[in-house]
Design a protein around this ligand. Structure first.
Ligand code: BGC
Length: 723
């Protein structure tokens, strides 16, 4: 792509100041159509005749830049006149901010931009203007910009001292067309309050934790500063608190030029925040209506909706939605605020089923999975984060993103291409784990995260008590199973994986099941995983024991990232929906609704992020916007409302409907937009039982399970009473 264009940069591409590149272009005849193809090693924002090109942000997105850089194509016909100026701002973005630790430049060159404007004249002839040494550049007012640390914009700077652009050895072979959803500004949230904290600081509250940036009025005399700092929560005294951002400064500075009529927001940096401190602000005249938070994320289409009679559960569900919006900014990130914001594979893996109910995410994951595959080490190990920044790789549950995410996308959308594209990567991951050694001692060993943040962890540890070897072995069996299923869809020979799966299951039984037939590791997560990954035959006994473990713990969880993702299904799919409901409706610490009670507007990383006494868990690992525990929403859709895809006819060609009501709620309902139309399922408590109403869209078929009876139906509206 962009064969004739050159990557252009400045004489000092490592400088903090963001450059603007410029080129005059004349249209010699009447233009019938014009397109701009563009991308950057860094982030770009392009203007033609002072009009912004397109409505995408943070372009070209974040890919494994050393392998792939997406190119965007815009229709710019309406922006062109006879004499035109193209201006392109270039920021460091993920490519060269502190987040990427300098890994990309040695491989793909310095920060640079490459573009081609193609005008098709009305007489059918074409003219293309490409980036080359004839372009010039100057310093822009963006004096500093960094994904983690924020931005400094000096409005007094007028670009001057234009110099010729420097052509840099480009890597044309890295260029690919846009794959994922573009990132857009999706909502503007007005500030709800400005208040003075006990420490005397002025703080704005947006009422909701978001990812994006603040849009603020450009007040101040020439040279005066506006300095904004961002935070997720207040401390227990009600003061501004951002220690948990760790090294991410998340500070936005605006240097006024005296023109007070405008509004400004950062261009190449985003923050995760609910509160903003006016660390410096030139005036005491503050109007809450002047400040807004602009929400930015991948432009996914909303597909799922859930509501029930309990307002706290509804708030929890909204928190899951926000967790996804705040963390699906081109890659699925662990969190949007501290010095991580990385595509942690384990987090994405446990959340992707929920994500695919909430929003249409097949393109989003397809792009990310391509990056996962090209970052996979020679031995097949999947890197901890994707796009990868180093060779840290090979953790179970994290690396299993390679098999779980493609399969979940196939289940939800029925498109076998994602399996075809990822099949090699899926196998490579399984082979890697299997080839580590001939038994559980190898499959779960080495650097692992375990049941990350499980509450049964030893004091001071991040890792839950469940045995790593048990978990690693179970995940290998699960991944083999997914390779087998994917291979069958694709018509591949999977006999060796079938044999392997059996071998792994046998090893699991030998190693982790004691003479009483129970697990050698007596934790909630161990039983959850044994049930969910089909590691045991006697599911009834295991489920009953899991239910006991939960009840004995006062109907509370002890699970971390792994156990939490599956505990609700493990209970309700095996006859203990009532226990799962007890977990859902639990309001005491630790529980989902505990965080809601504490005012959460997103999902917390830690069950005890904010402790019952108001103190914080710690500042070193305490995000209030980590979607992993939001995986519970797939249970709201899939069990409370009972809508699940049929793996054999995926993408909701055939639907399983099996709502499981509970008397502690009056009603619950979910809707899911699919390729066939909208599926609805809900129930309401009535005198003679639960009235269940279901809608199946045209083209879909369903089996609707009401108690012990299965009704096989095609499109239509259905009503039943469940006694
Ligand atoms: C991230 C997690 C991630 C983990 C690996 C953390 O720092 O925030 O969400 O999965 O590291 O255990």
């Amino acid at each position: 792509m962009l064969e004739h264009a050159k990557f252009i940069t400045t004489h000092a591409p490592k400088n903090d100041v963001c450059p603007i590149f410029s080129k005059q272009v004349s249209a010699k005849k009447a233009v019938s159509e014009a397109t701009l193809q563009i991308t950057a090693c860094g982030l770009y924002e392009a203007y033609i005749n002072a009009h912004r090109v397109g409505d995408a942000y943070f372009t070209p997105g974040w890919t494994a830049y050393q392998h792939r850089i997406q190119v965007q194509t815009y229709d710019v016909t309406d922006l062109l006149g006879t004499e035109n100026e193209i201006r392109i701002f270039l920021g460091k973005g993920w490519y060269a901010s502190s987040i990427s630790r300098g890994v990309y430049e040695p491989q793909a060159g310095p920060c640079s931009v490459i573009a081609a404007l193609t005008m098709t004249y009305e007489d059918g002839t074409r003219e293309t203007t490409v980036t080359d040494e004839s372009w010039c550049y100057a310093e822009s007012g963006i004096r500093y910009s960094d994904i983690y640390h924020g931005e400094i914009f000096d409005a007094t700077v007028e670009p001057k001292e234009w110099k010729n652009a420097v052509v840099t050895e480009g890597r044309h072979e890295l260029l690919i067309p846009q794959e994922g959803e573009l990132v857009k500004q999706t909502e503007v949230i007005p500030a709800v309050n400005i208040f003075i904290t006990p420490k005397g600081e002025r703080v704005i509250d947006f009422g909701q934790e978001v990812t994006g940036y603040v849009c603020f009025p450009t007040v101040g005399k020439r040279g005066e500063h506006i300095v904004l700092d961002h935070a997720e929560v207040l401390d227990k005294d009600g003061n501004f608190y951002n220690e948990n951002y760790r090294k991410a400064k998340s500070q936005v500075t605006y240097i006024a030029n005296g023109n007070e009529d405008g509004f400004y927001h950062p261009i190449f940096s985003f923050q995760g925040f609910r509160y903003v401190r006016l660390t410096e602000y030139p005036t005491d005249e503050l109007y809450v209506g002047d400040f807004s938070a602009i929400v930015v994320h991948s432009d996914m289409k909303r597909t799922g909706h859930f509501a029930c009679s309990d307002p706290m559960v509804n708030r929890l569900y909204q928190n899951v939605i926000w967790g996804q919006r705040d963390n699906f900014l081109d890659v699925p990130t662990d969190c949007p605020q501290r010095d991580e914001r990385l595509g942690w594979t384990g987090d994405a893996q446990v959340f992707c089923r929920t994500a695919a109910y909430n929003y249409r995410v097949d393109n989003f994951f397809r792009k990310w999975l391509h990056d996962l595959a090209c970052g996979q080490l020679e031995n097949g190990a999947v890197t901890w984060i994707v796009p990868s920044l180093d060779r840290n790789a090979g953790a179970f549950a994290w690396g299993d993103a390679a098999t779980v995410c493609p399969w979940e996308m196939y289940r939800a959308y029925g498109d076998r291409r994602i399996l075809a594209e990822q099949f090699d990567s899926m196998k490579k991951w399984c082979d890697y784990v299997y080839n580590k050694g001939d038994g559980p001692a190898a499959w779960g060993g080495e650097k692992q995260f375990g049941d990350w943040l499980g509450l049964d962890a030893e004091e001071g540890s991040y890792r839950g008590a469940t045995n790593d070897l048990l978990l690693g072995t179970a995940f290998l069996a699960y991944s083999c199973d997914l390779v087998i299923k994917a291979g069958r869809v694709l018509g591949e020979d999977v006999a060796s994986y079938e044999a392997r799966k059996q071998e792994v299951k046998d090893a699991f039984a030998r190693e982790f099941i004691n003479e009483d037939g129970m697990l050698t590791c007596d934790t909630q997560t161990a039983y959850v995983i044994a049930l969910q990954f089909d590691m045991v035959d006697d599911k009834a006994t295991y489920a009953s024991h899991l239910a006991d473990l939960v009840r004995e713990n006062g109907n509370k969880l002890k699970t971390g990232f792994i156990g939490t993702a599956y505990i609700m299904d493990a209970l309700s799919d095996n006859g203990y929906a009532d226990v799962a409901y007890s977990l859902l409706l639990q309001k005491e610490f630790p529980s989902w609704l505990y965080s809601v009670r504490k005012g959460a507007t997103t999902i917390w990383e830690h069950w005890d992020g904010l402790k019952p006494d108001g103190s914080m868990w710690s500042s070193d690992m305490n995000s209030f916007n980590h979607y992993a525990y939001g995986a519970v929403a797939s249970w709201l859709y899939g069990t409370v409302a009972g809508i699940r895809p049929d793996e054999d006819q995926p993408g909701y060609a055939h639907v399983h409907i099996k709502p499981i009501p509970d008397a502690r709620l009056e009603w619950a309902a979910a809707e899911l937009e699919t390729a066939y139309g909208t599926i609805k399922s809900g129930w309401k408590k009535e005198k003679d039982g639960y009235r269940i109403t279901v809608t199946i869209p045209s083209g879909s078929t369903a089996d609707i399970t009401i108690g012990d009876t299965v009704h096989t139906v095609s499109a239509g509206n259905y009503e039943y009473i469940l006694k």
